[in-house]
Design a protein around this ligand. Sequence first.
Ligand code: DC
Length: 237
Amino acid sequence: MSAPSKVGVQLVVIDGPAGAGKTTIARRLARHLGLPLLDTGAIYRALALVARRRGVSWDDEDGLARLAQDLPIRFGGLPAPEEPDAAQTVWVGDDEVTTEIRTAEIAEGASRVSALPGVRRALLDLQRALGAKGCVAEGRDMGTVVFPDAPFKFFVTAALGERAARRRADLGATAVGDQPSLALVRADLESRDARDSTRSAAPLARADDAVVIDTTALDPQGVLDLILRRLHGPPRS
Ligand code: DC
């Protein structure tokens, strides 16, 4: 049984490439609708982190699938209204990993482990269970594989240069290590995009029934307004 949100919407999925603004939008939308947020990228990131800590290689499909099967990941609630873009807290067991999973190294690991079919299979039920009571789910294959029957699907994208600039600002904001150059972030995004889009298992792809939103020239509120218009007609706030 799904808990209806404040405005009657129970499941919204948002897919798209890295740096397109999915996380910011998903957070704000979840808050607006009164639904939990399911950040599935954080699940792949947490798996990459746990693997690194346990000495399991990011190429060891069976070892990773075993870790994924029992990944004790938990998400905190949404940030306070006065800090709408603050990160959602993430735990693995009793260990809070909110900041650690946001480094460039773990992003690379997440992209590598998420390309392995055995890992994706092992995480499918977990994602569905976490979203079972209704949520705003964001990732790469929410509309195509994890929640193919979702009534509202969005595919959020933006020009590569803009995505690189946003991702670099995010990395700077986490204050983990030195801020990398724009060229480096751009090259990194390009190779992650290529891997995320060309892998055989659930590649980044737009569901046929997803609404595409190009966020290149939009601020988060502009994107949120577009989505809310699709969900309910004109936004109320
Ligand atoms: O959205 P993100 O940057 O936190 O995602 C980290 C990596 O996980 C990214 O390279 C793609 C992968 N991912 C995926 O394959 N499927 C998802 N549903 C979410 C993320």
